[in-house]
Design a protein around this ligand. Structure first.
Ligand SMILES: Nc1ncnc2c1ncn2[C@@H]1O[C@H](COP(=O)(O)OP(=O)(O)OP(=O)(O)O)[C@@H](O)[C@H]1O
Ligand SMILES: [Mg+2]
Length: 322
């Protein structure tokens, strides 16, 4: 496969906020610069509330109307501007697709899987009769490990959680999209199903040449499925590096503490928690947003915010100590 040298997903100084009833904007994504290459799996990790889903939703174009966006999002070289709904619509579904945390969100409860595929193909401009839909959908259902005879005429509630998530993945790839954002795709599943779905995501990514953006709060999951990790804290990407580098040589104190919260195969260690809570939007402290929880903070950390800078190769960190 010839890979495009330009990133397929790029953001420049992207900030996203939500308007409240008094027209105040609460910024929850701040100054994010992403460059994700064709065929890559990029993982966004961070604690709850740090803005992962907001960032993912912006890339797919499903932010609510009361969201405000600053900066640039470029998908396959095309700039998508939030206020330009038409532009957004062009990229949504056809170029960028979505696997949600809860497959119930992707599947219509009152339509059989067959009818849902029919609508999906129609939206892509494919006019297929029922048989054509069944044939085309069967191929993709088999790819995700489902038996079309069992699934096509079923309603979502007749499928198990794992089957629903597989059906949701089948639909996400059936849009023909080459970029998929998977937001916590396994967090509603038990441990065994979680591994199966992660394996499936790797398989469809390889077979269909998809660029996958995974959102998770689970570093172990991130390590198994991706090439690069962006660690998010208080709306910012505070560290970004290839997965091995993040695990072997974490530089940001937040990343280091996050790693102490997860088990490592073959290593007996006490699992820790990160003391304190991440700040809420509107309550970000001055300086480095992590400084109140950081065991290594120096005076400067509470005064000036560090910028994300390259420390080597593909490793970037925003910390005054590096
Ligand atoms: N639709 C919305 N309207 C208003 N505020 C929102 C909306 N969605 C998210 N927020 C707020 O934005 C902040 C970031 O939320 P977001 O869901 O992006 O974080 P997250 O990292 O995905 O969290 P989690 O791991 O819990 O899914 C939170 O304070 C959240 O309350
Ligand atoms: Mg989320």
């Amino acid at each position: 496969m010839v890979l495009n040298s330009e990133p397929v997903v790029e953001t420049r100084d992207l900030s996203i906020g939500y308007l409240d009833e008094y027209d105040r904007v609460w910024w929850v994504v701040i100054g994010v610069n992403l460059r994700i290459n064709e065929g890559e799996t990029y993982c966004i990790v961070g604690e709850s509330g740090c803005g992962k889903s907001t960032l993912g939703n912006a890339l797919i174009g499903i932010l609510p109307p009361y969201a405000e966006t600053r900066g640039i999002i470029r998908i396959m070289g095309e700039e998508i501007v939030r206020d330009d709904k038409h532009c957004y619509w062009k990229s949504r579904g056809r170029i960028v697709s979505y696997i949600p945390q809860n497959p119930g969100k992707a599947l219509h409860p009152f339509m059989t899987i067959h009818v849902q595929f029919k609508h999906l193909y129609r939206a892509r401009g494919l006019r297929l009769d029922d048989r054509g839909v069944a044939e085309k959908a069967s191929r993709i259902l088999e790819l995700v490990g489902l038996d079309p005879d069992e699934v096509l005429d079923s309603y979502p509630h007749e499928l198990s959680g794992g089957m629903q998530q597989r059906a949701a993945i089948a639909m996400a790839v059936s849009t023909g999209a080459k970029i998929i954002v998977a937001d916590e795709p396994t967090s509603s599943l038990d441990a065994n199903l979680r591994l199966q779905i992660l394996k499936l995501l790797r398989k469809i990514k390889e077979e269909l040449g998809i660029t996958l953006i995974m959102i998770t709060h689970d570093l172990v999951q991130a390590s198994k499925n991706c090439e690069r990790i962006g660690v998010m804290y208080a709306g910012r990407i505070v560290e970004e590096a290839p997965v091995k580098e993040i695990f072997r040589n974490p530089q940001h104190p937040y990343t280091q503490l996050l790693l102490e919260t997860v088990p490592v195969l073959g290593v007996v260690k006490e699992l820790k928690t990160i003391p304190g809570e991440p700040p809420r939007p509107g309550e970000y402290p001055p300086g480095c947003p992590f400084h109140p929880r950081c065991p290594f903070r120096i005076d400067k950390c509470s005064r000036e915010e560090p910028v994300l800078r390259k420390i080597n190769g593909k490793h970037y960190v925003s910390c005054w100590l590096r």
